[in-house]
Design a protein around this ligand. Structure first.
Ligand code: NAD
Ligand code: IPM
Ligand code: MN
Length: 360
């Protein structure tokens, strides 16, 4: 049986994946090790080599029995990124990343947007206090389920169908999670965003569930915005948002938009969560083939995702050390080129590990 976070130990599966996933993930592991070195609490990492190389060599994406192993033997998964130009179909990414999200039923994709330093936002006159909100992306349904097909493929009459699957249970649990998160964290505003004016079946369900649930949270200000308006409002005045909850595809897009408002993809973390079960933590960014192998990828996103993972495992002080480390590195301008610095991925990782050691 796995050692759950009521106990002292945690087992972490590490899946670096492809491209810069292989560069940033070891740095995050190094920093976690440093932050937990004196904690006298065992933390065990097991690395799994799933990704494009394995797929191309062995034809294996998600090995058989993998889901059960992760579910039963691990407390959390630290994930890098998947995506490789040698696999144009991205089949391995669909099987592994979406496979784990679906099969482990990780229905919450939590993607915090937080400006850590005023200079990092492209928005004029916006300060740290103005950009701090949480995006909850439904993570097990919607347009991502892979239902659909082709008709007359390759002909002039071709038809391609991709189904948008929304269940009552799926919509309810993500909206409820968003409200509960707001309540537990002293936040006052939840905004549900959909496209119910055009998606008159799928998002009618979102509308009905939202109307029902908001009655249960009368102290929280409930608001609805169509997704196009939300995209505009997030740029016009991000300070109006505290919690945003939306469907799988819109959440994917809004979280990259939010990431850029807070300094770019290099800094953005995420958690794929099912409360009480093995959950997966990863930076929001992908494998970045355009910079892979150059040693310049920003490890902050992976380190901040690790902080979310430690929080989830109830290692709160250690999580805090990771976050403080990133803030301090930013203050000292000890950063990679995407943030205007000259440092290499490994140098930043070493710096954060030293910071963690000193903080113990
Ligand atoms: P990407 O996130 O990999 O890169 C977008 C841009 O951001 C690039 O210019 C890249 O250099 C930059 N960037 C991203 N992370 C960075 C970091 N840590 N430091 C510095 N710069 C960084 O998105 P993309 O180019 O659209 O996708 C590349 C591949 O990654 C594709 O195969 C895609 O499917 C995959 N992908 C995977 C995930 C995931 O595994 N969760 C997420 C997004 C994209
Ligand atoms: C993300 C990525 C994935 C997604 C891709 C790689 C399928 O963009 O994690 O944001 O769309 O969920
Ligand atoms: Mn994405």
């Amino acid at each position: 049986m796995p050692l759950r976070w009521g106990g002292e130990a945690a087992r972490i599966a590490v899946i670096p994946g492809d491209g810069i996933g292989k560069e940033v993930t070891p740095e995050a592991v190094k920093v976690i090790r440093a932050a937990t070195a004196k904690a006298k609490r065992p933390l065990e990492f097991v690395e799994l080599d799933w990704g494009a190389d394995k797929y191309l060599k062995e034809g294996v994406t998600l090995p058989s029995g993998a889901v059960e192993m992760l579910r039963d033997e691990f407390d959390a998964i630290l994930f890098g990124a998947l995506g490789d130009p040698r696999v144009p179909s991205n089949q391995h990414a669909a099987d592994i990343l979406l496979g784990l999200r679906f099969k482990l039923d990780l229905y919450v994709n939590a993607r915090p947007v937080e400006l850590l330093q005023d200079r990092l936002t492209p928005l004029r006159d916006r300060k740290e206090k103005d950009i701090r909100f949480m995006v909850f992306r439904e993570n097990t349904e919607g347009l991502y389920v892979g239902m659909g097909g082709f008709f007359k493929k390759g002909t002039a009459d071709e038809i391609a169908v991709q189904e948008d699957v929304n269940s009552r249970k799926g919509v309810e649990r993500i909206i409820r999670y968003a409200y509960d998160y707001a309540r537990q964290n002293g936040l006052n505003r939840v905004c549900m965003s959909d496209k119910s004016n055009a998606m008159t079946y799928a998002h009618d369900l979102w509308q009905r569930v939202f109307k029902e649930l908001k009655q249960e949270y009368p102290k929280i200000e409930s608001r609805h915005l169509y997704i196009d308006t939300l995209a505009m409002e997030v740029v016009r005045d991000p300070s109006q948002f505290e919690v945003i909850v939306t469907c799988n595809l819109f959440g994917d897009i809004v979280s990259d938009l939010g990431a850029q408002l807070a300094g770019g993809l290099g800094l953005a973390p995420s958690g794929n969560i099912h409360p009480g079960r093995t959950s997966l933590f990863e930076p929001v960014h992908g494998s970045a083939p355009n910079i892979a192998g150059k040693g310049i990828a920003n490890p902050f996103g992976s380190v901040l995702a690790s902080a979310m993972m430690l929080d989830f495992l109830d290692w709160k002080p250690e999580a805090q050390v990771l976050r403080e480390g990133v803030r301090s590195a930013l203050k000292e301008s000890f950063v990679t080129p995407d943030l205007g610095g000259m440092k290499q991925t490994v140098e930043v990782g070493d710096w954060l590990a030293k910071y963690a050691e000193k903080s113990l």
